[in-house]
Design a protein around this ligand. Structure first.
Ligand SMILES: [Zn+2]
Length: 212
C-alpha cells in the first residue's frame, strides 16, 4: 500500500475509533511501519480529527522527519517494533474497559483475561500485564520491549493496551476485540464463568494462528 493510502487509512481508523468512544480527548495513538521508517499520529492530536498530510513521519532510526511532532508515547511503539520485526502497525488506546481491567488487583499478570470467546483467542491470545511506570519513563519502554518479543498485545497497568498487528487492520481489530472482551469480562464479574478449555484454546491456536 502506498504511503498516501496508508495516511488516509490511519485517519479513517482514527475517526472510527474516536466516533465509537474507544478513546477520548487527545489520548490514543496509531503507527504504521513504512519501508524506511514510520508514520505516527501527532502529539496532542485527537484521533477523531487526524489530517493525513500532517501525520508524523519518522525515519528508520526513529528521528522526526516531517509532519507534526509525534505522540509523546512514540517510544512505546518503537519498543514494540524493535521486538517484533514483522509488526506492520501498532494501536495504543486508553479504552475504558481495558483500562478498568488494567487497574484490577487480582488478575494473573502473565495473562490478564480468560479465554471467554473464540475470537479473543484468535485475535489476542494471551495478554501479559506490564507493571506501572509513569508516562514517558524509559523503564516502561524496556518492560514493553521485553514482553513484546513473545506477545503482540500487552496491557500497561493503570494505563491501557498496546497492540501490534501484521497490518493496520489487524492491529485495530485486535485492539477492538481486546476492548470488547474486557467489557464482557467486567459484565461477568461475580458470575461463575465457563471459559474455553485448554483443549479448545489449543485447537483454535492450531487452526487460526494469530497473524502478527
Ligand atoms: Zn497512553
Amino acid at each position: 500500500m502506498s504511503e498516501a493510502k496508508l495516511r488516509e487509512r490511519v485517519a479513517a481508523f482514527g475517526r472510527s475509533i474516536f466516533a465509537r468512544g474507544l478513546t477520548f480527548g487527545a489520548t490514543g495513538n496509531i503507527s504504521v511501519r513504512l519501508d524506511d521508517g514510520w508514520l505516527m499520529t501527532p502529539t496532542g492530536s485527537s484521533l477523531g480529527e487526524l489530517d493525513p498530510a500532517r501525520l508524523s513521519r519518522l525515519d528508520a532510526q526513529g528521528r522526526h522527519l516531517s509532519g507534526d511532532k509525534p505522540t509523546k508515547e512514540f517510544f512505546l511503539h518503537l519498543a514494540v517494533y524493535e521486538a517484533r520485526a514483522k509488526a506492520g502497525a501498532i494501536v495504543h488506546l486508553h479504552s475504558t474497559h481495558s483500562v478498568a481491567v488494567s487497574c484490577l488487583a487480582e488478575v494473573d499478570p502473565q495473562d490478564v483475561l480468560p479465554p471467554i470467546t473464540a475470537y479473543y483467542v484468535m485475535r489476542v491470545g494471551t495478554l501479559p500485564l506490564v507493571p506501572y511506570y509513569p508516562p514517558g519513563d524509559l523503564d516502561l519502554a524496556k518492560a514493553v520491549r521485553e514482553m513484546a518479543s513473545s506477545h503482540h498485545a500487552v496491557l500497561l497497568a493503570n494505563h491501557g493496551p498496546v497492540v501490534a498487528g501484521a497490518s493496520l487492520e489487524d492491529a485495530v481489530y485486535a485492539t477492538e476485540e481486546l476492548e470488547e472482551t474486557a467489557k464482557l469480562f467486567l459484565l461477568l464479574r461475580g458470575a461463575p464463568i465457563r471459559p474455553l478449555t485448554a483443549e479448545q484454546v489449543a485447537t483454535l491456536r492450531q487452526r487460526y494462528p494469530v497473524r502478527t
